[in-house]
Design a protein around this ligand. Structure first.
Ligand code: NAD
Ligand code: GLY
Length: 361
């Protein structure tokens, strides 16, 4: 097991990464002083991992209330959030009762937001079970739900007390979901870690084969990158915005196609290729750089072109609603080089339109 720390003064917390961690309730016990917790998961993850976690917690005398939600990005909304609140109230959960999120990013984001708001804030524990959640969404405290008008538009920064990433859970993950997680892993290489990007070029096949050692390395390296960025800029007033590479385009795709139609990681991959194309049009990176990025996404079985049914006009409209808009200008995360991203609000609309046309099938 490896343990990293997100350094946020009194709100610092550990990220434990390794094999067999669902059985390591001892790692959670410092955060369960009253031996009571509410566990939020979904109908896919519950039959796979709930019993194992229950057994571990019960052996330490912890009483657990289960809240099992429908599975899917389309349920990451106010109605489902209301179901969490109702269950917490019905079971008389108190301010000291931690919420445990067991699942992917959808469960983690929703549970975190419920924890941030129920009784004005209760403790929160992340147990991510997708690759994407282990390398990204469980770390850093962004929590929230979607709105019909925009992705992740309602939410709060609310840090967990501990993150427990059991890499064994990745063995049951569908291939497409593994690939989706690889998109966020490649992101760290692109924005700030060229040696990691090169490592991914060398080791992509090992990751696709779910080689435990390679997965452990990639997850820990991703979490190290994310922890450094979040530790320096928790509330996204600067550097943290770089973690949104590909997301402005990607969120428009997710919203425009209907939540759940395109996986978040797939939308991020397409959005990242759009950001790379735009960076080339601005003269910042070369055609060889773009081809190199495209090749790595291709090897990770990720799409690199937007859906034909989404017209440039629709992107422009949807991106105008993104959280990254400031003073009416869309702020894009773009590449100055592989391993070096920047935020820019100065993108000529003509170049943006050219990118949208060029990167759509
Ligand atoms: P997800 O939560 O929908 O999980 C993907 C699918 O895998 C689901 O069907 C889920 O039930 C299933 N699943 C989960 N664990 C499994 C396992 N071990 N075995 C088999 N199936 C399993 O999707 P995701 O990719 O984990 O997360 C995407 C969400 O995360 C999006 O809503 C996105 O906005 C959010 N996100 C948040 C942040 C953040 O910083 N908070 C960062 C990135 C993404
Ligand atoms: N996924 C973007 C962030 O955590 O800031």
């Amino acid at each position: 097991m490896q343990t990293l720390t997100v350094q946020l003064k009194e709100r610092s917390y550990p990220i434990h990464i390794g094999s067999g961690l669902l059985g390591r309730a001892d790692l959670l016990m410092p955060h369960l002083p009253h031996k009571r917790a509410a566990l939020v998961t979904n109908t896919t993850v519950a039959p796979l991992y709930l019993e194992q976690l229950h057994t571990a917690l019960q052996s330490h005398g912890v009483k657990v209330i289960d809240i099992i939600l429908k599975d899917g990005e389309q349920y990451k909304n106010a109605e489902t959030l209301g179901q969490i609140y109702s269950a917490l109230l019905a079971h008389r959960c108190e301010r000291t009762t931690p919420l445990i999120a067991l699942g992917g990013g959808v469960i983690g984001d929703m549970t975190g937001y419920a924890a941030a708001t129920y009784l004005r804030g209760v403790p929160f524990i992340q147990i991510p079970t997708t690759l994407l959640a282990q390398v990204d969404s469980s770390v850093g405290g962004k929590t929230g739900i979607n709105h019909p008008l925009g992705k992740n538009m309602i939410g709060a920064f609310y840090q967990p007390q501990v993150v427990l990433a059991d890499i064994d859970t990745l063995n049951t993950l569908p291939d497409e979901e593994l690939y989706a997680g690889l998109a966020e892993i490649i992101k760290y290489g692109l924005i700030r870690d060229l040696p990691f990007f090169e490592w991914l070029e060398q080791n992509m096949e090992r990751l696709l084969a779910r080689d435990a050692e390679a997965l452990q390395y990639a997850i820990a390296r991703s979490c190290k990158n994310k922890a450094e960025v979040v530790g320096a800029d928790e509330r996204e007033s600067g550097e943290r915005a770089l973690l949104n590479l590909g997301h402005t385009f990607g969120h428009a795709i997710e919203n425009g196609m209907g939540y759940g139609a395109v996986l978040h990681g797939q939308a991020v991959a397409i959005g990242t290729m759009m950001a790379a194309d735009l960076s080339q049009r601005l003269g910042w990176i070369s055609a060889e750089d773009v081809a190199r990025i495209r090749k790595l996404f291709g090897r990770a079985n990720l799409p690199d072109e937007g859906p034909p049914s989404l017209a440039p006009e629709l992107y422009l409209q949807l991106m105008g609603l993104d959280k990254k808009v400031e003073g009416g200008k869309i702020r894009f995360v773009l590449l100055k080089a592989i391993g070096h991203a920047v935020v820019s609000g100065e993108v000529p609309e003509e170049l943006l339109r050219q990118t949208l046309v060029a990167c759509t099938k």
